[in-house]
Design a protein around this ligand. Structure first.
Ligand code: IMP
Length: 417
């Protein structure tokens, strides 16, 4: 797979970090193309648990370059703290590249998110992601390369503070402090900044292996997700071209990552949510608490209507079904195969949020299992009940399952032919 994308097929937190880390053992580059530190990718390896918000997970492998392409919203303070945490674990310094066109998340973005109410209304991660992308679209953002011009930085910040002044908040931000901190942070990344698009394009021409690591998931995509309860970037495979400048004709494989159940953080419709014992099992056994915010995640059953929709949007060539081990011990495993609406049964994922709020899931029930899956590495190691579940998923969505997650550790993964 010279060029492959790993894309979330649900509402984020599908364990893309673990899957990307597994695939990146043989990669030359891992590239983030969308989102910012709202993402929380967790990897467990010999050094301990790494919780990454900015650094591409592949960069934890020596020999794999981690690149942040221009579609990412970059918080230099978070990046600095993340690098410090990796060093404290005794890891080798990751090799990183930063696009000079990266838009920066600045202190005013976090303030604006609170003031504008989206933090509460949508239940955002409060990382300033939305306001950063707003400034980008309004053509008043600051890009990484712009930090070379201190006067331009100062006047851009002064303008932002003046605007906040209208809300009585100008004292909260000191322009001179931010200018000074940014200058210092810039010095730390300057030598690794450049034309990431050109570097990746050249690497692909030379036959290097590149993984594009998606953040969030298809149902949080600004256009294809459950609008307005979405993030502010392009989270699907279409975001790879948008956020890197690499043509989609370059891709050999697009792997969709979905949990064997469903979770969501923040507000918005979630047809298969289970607020009773089933959901409680998934949250506690699956440790479903946000990596970025610590919030308990809403939990429910695998929604094959939504998954089929994600498969169509992204053209997945294969699926990774993660956290299968979490379903162990349940007497039955439910799969949502269609929705019931006022007009009858449908397998179409609705555009209108109000409609999605009202659909009733139609479930198929499969038997559970008691066997421990953590040592399974091939299809034959999986109990019959798990194989039936995989067959049911493939039958409904029409995409083959290639990987199955059977535990949190790096090697706890089953590869299917
Ligand atoms: P924002 O991306 O912080 O603007 O938040 C918008 C919505 O996306 C909220 O519902 C968040 O909880 C959700 N969200 C953003 N990033 C992630 C993620 O990495 N995993 C899961 N949900 C996320």
């Amino acid at each position: 797979m010279p060029a492959g994308a790993v894309i979330g097929a649900q509402w984020g937190d599908e364990a893309k970090g673990k899957v990307t880390h597994f695939l990146a053992r043989e990669a030359d580059y891992t590239v983030r193309f969308n989102g910012g530190p709202n993402a929380g990718h967790t990897v467990k390896d010999g050094y301990g648990t790494a919780r990454l918000h900015h650094i591409p997970v592949g960069a934890l492998h020596p020999g794999c370059v981690g690149a942040l392409a221009h579609g990412v919203a970059l918080d230099l303070w978070t990046l600095r703290d993340e690098l410090t945490a990796l060093r404290a674990q005794g890891r080798p310094e990751p090799v990183l590249r930063f696009s000079d066109r990266l838009h920066l998340i600045l202190p005013q973005h976090k303030l604006r998110e609170e003031l504008g109410g989206s933090a509460q209304r949508i239940g955002t991660t409060r990382r300033g992601i939305g306001p950063c992308y707003e400034d980008r679209a309004a053509r008043r953002g600051l890009r990484l390369a712009d930090l070379a011009d201190e006067e331009a930085v100062r006047s851009s910040l002064q303008l932002a503070v003046q605007e906040l002044g209208a809300c009585g908040l100008q004292e909260t931000l000191s322009v001179e402090d931010i200018v000074r901190e940014l200058a210092e942070l810039y010095r730390q990344v300057e030598s690794r900044m450049g034309d990431v698009r050109a570097e990746i394009a050249t690497a692909l021409e030379r036959g290097k292996r590149v993984i594009f690591e998606g953040a969030q998931g298809t149902l949080l995509d600004l256009d294809w997700g459950t609008y307005p309860y979405v993030t502010s970037s392009s989270t699907t495979v279409h975001g790879v071209g948008w956020g890197t400048g690499i043509a989609v004709t370059r891709f050999d494989a697009v792997l969709g990552v979905a949990k064997a159940y469903t979770t969501r953080v923040g507000e918005g419709p979630f047809p298969t949510e289970d607020t009773a014992a089933g959901g409680e099992h998934l949250r506690e056994v699956g440790k479903e608490y946000g990596t970025t915010t610590g919030r308990p995640r809403r939990c429910g059953w695998l929604d094959l209507v939504a998954l089929r929709y994600a498969c169509r949007i992204n053209g997945f060539t294969g699926l990774a079904l993660t956290k299968m081990d979490v379903l162990r011990g349940l007497s039955e495993v439910k799969l949502c195969v269609a929705y019931r609406t006022g007009e009858g049964r449908t397998d179409v994922f609705p555009t209108r949020t109000g409609e999605l709020m009202e659909v009733e899931p139609i479930y198929e029930s499969l038997p559970g299992w008691k066997e421990d899956l953590s040592r399974a590495r091939e299809e034959d190691d999986l109990p019959r009940a798990v194989r039936s579940l995989l067959a049911a998923v493939e039958g409904h969505v029409g995409v083959p399952v290639r990987l199955v997650g059977v535990g949190p550790a790096e090697e706890e993964i089953v590869t299917l032919e």
